[in-house]
Design a protein around this ligand. Structure first.
Ligand SMILES: *Cc1c(COP(=O)(O)O)cnc(C)c1O
Length: 222
């Protein structure tokens, strides 16, 4: 199967309103170009330098999504072209994005990364940390970096029921936040969940954005 065949397979069953971020990390720019030629425009990368290099070599109408851990001192580099950052886990990071987005006179969609898996994750906010963060209200000052929704990753397991339960918990947390803080805010609209092995479950549980890598591009060589 070619990259364009795989893309078509994912898109065939994608409900209207669910976006596909093709996760191209560790794959060469030629692989992205192939997906681009097949009409795809949303790509996700998890390493800043890798994305930066690919961005400089590929068409400018690609919508770049950053899905990995982002250090505050790297924000400045990606702000001029980044569309969405899926991995917000601190006020400090949001402030830094706000500052550079203002300098660039652009808006950037920022998703709050929520820790929903049973594994000890290095990154992501717990439900309670996130509640506390929103209750504090500093985020209301943001003008260029806006909170566009939530992102989460399920436990790496064969246990489909557990995966479903975790996705369901993220959807209901999104609904809680929407009701408490964003009921009037159209921008708060995304639930980024679902990867190659679990995106079908994620869609059933209300995902609006799936992040699919190996299913489209093949296994990564690290
Ligand atoms: C790598 C990665 C993906 C894609 O994973 P696949 O299993 O290859 O689909 C999705 N989300 C995040 C945050 C990732 O780091």
């Amino acid at each position: 199967m070619s990259i364009s065949d795989n893309l078509r397979k994912v898109k065939e069953n994608l409900p209207a309103g669910v976006k596909l971020v093709a996760v191209s990390k560790f794959h060469p720019k030629e692989a992205i170009q192939e997906a681009y030629n097949a009409g795809h425009r949303l790509f996700g990368e998890s390493r800043m330098q890798e994305m930066d290099l690919k961005h400089s070599q590929l068409p400018s109408d690609i919508e770049w999504h950053f899905i990995g851990h982002l250090q505050t001192n790297k924000v400045k580099v990606i702000v001029p072209y980044i569309h969405t950052i899926h991995s917000i886990d601190s006020w400090k990071l949001l402030q830094e994005i706000e500052k550079h987005a203002a300098d660039n006179q652009k808006r950037i969609c920022c998703l709050l990364e929520i820790h929903i898996a049973q594994e000890d994750a290095k990154y992501g906010l717990s439900f309670d940390d996130c509640r506390e963060f929103l209750a504090k209200g500093q985020w209301r000052q943001l003008k260029h970096a806006y909170i566009g929704g939530v992102m989460g990753m399920a436990t790496f397991t064969e246990d489909k029921d557990l995966i479903r339960k975790e996705f369901r918990s993220l959807k209901s947390f999104y609904d809680e936040l929407k009701q408490n803080y964003f009921s009037e805010d159209k921008d708060f609209s995304e639930i980024s969940m679902g990867m190659s092995d679990d995106y079908e479950i994620a869609i059933e549980e209300g995902s609006t954005m799936i992040r699919v890598g190996s299913f489209i591009f093949g296994q990564r060589e690290y």
